[in-house]
Design a protein. Structure first.
Length: 266
């Protein structure tokens, strides 16, 4: 009798779903969300194609700060003038699928559409594969009215320089449809000069992105502090956002002739 009970007990134990968990880097996603960026870009472009004024929030480095991210969502949902939210990367801290899933569950409650770049912490383990499944390509772009947002993976050190980061071929291809836009904003996680950036090509990078029509400014996250710097002394400003733990975000308003920004505490 005992010989019959023990195998049955072991079978029950091993097949109980709530008692089995997969390795955090196995890549098996429980969420049905896929290609979030592509889906939301379609909404953003449709909603802003005839808008003279574009207003968007810029955040970054939400990793592990789930309570603060929840509060951000509640706060910004009260503002109906926001066209979209840009997340500058570091959704996860250790590249684990659960970190991604927890965060997209929170951000999924945003009233306005959002897109997210890949950060250096998002790449750890097989995190870059999880990012691609959930958000899509590591380099992407979209157009709001006459402004093109070029969003780039700049986390070179995470690939040990074996991967084209930044991807100059992608950047060159983004020049091709310049008849569709008149102004440009370049967005990245780690800025030139940072340890994550391939600083062997930082000057070349700046020369490339300045070829875009009317480069307004650049945006980055990663440093966890608010900053505004003319990194190359050429008039192109790089705006850096805080990590979400500091409970603020940047709000940009772009008109046909100018732009303004605010730092909003929540």
């Amino acid at each position: 009798m005992l010989k019959q009970i023990i195998p049955f007990f072991l079978f029950t134990l091993l097949t109980a779903c709530e008692l089995i968990d997969y390795h955090p880097y196995d890549g098996r996603l429980h969420t049905k969300e896929r290609d979030i960026n592509a889906k939301n870009i379609r909404i953003i472009e449709a909603n802003t194609q005839n808008s003279d004024t574009i207003r968007f929030a810029f955040i970054g480095d939400t990793q592990r700060n789930y309570d603060e991210t929840v509060d951000f969502v509640k706060h910004i949902n009260q503002n109906d003038s926001i066209d979209f939210i840009l997340h500058g990367g570091d959704i996860a801290d250790f590249g684990m699928k659960k970190e991604y899933e927890w965060t997209i569950d929170i951000l999924g409650k945003l009233k306005a559409p959002y897109v997210a770049l890949i950060g250096n912490h998002d790449i750890i383990g097989n995190g870059d594969q999880v990012y691609k499944a959930l958000f899509g390509n590591e380099n992407f772009s979209f157009i709001t009215n006459d402004i093109k947002f070029v969003c780039l993976n700049t986390n070179a050190i995470e690939y040990d320089y074996s991967h084209p980061v930044p991807d100059f071929e992608f950047i060159k291809n983004e020049f091709q449809d310049s008849t569709r836009f008149k102004r440009t904003i370049v967005v990245m996680h780690a800025p030139p000069g940072n340890e994550q950036f391939n600083n062997n090509v930082k000057d070349v990078f700046q020369l490339y992105i300045k070829q875009f029509p009317s480069l307004i400014f650049c945006l980055h996250a990663h440093n966890h502090n608010l900053s505004v710097n003319d990194l190359f002394n050429d008039g192109i400003l790089y705006f850096g956002c805080s990590n979400i733990a500091k409970r603020n975000y940047m709000l940009f308003t772009i008109t046909p002739d100018n732009y303004t920004y605010e730092v909003i505490d929540f």
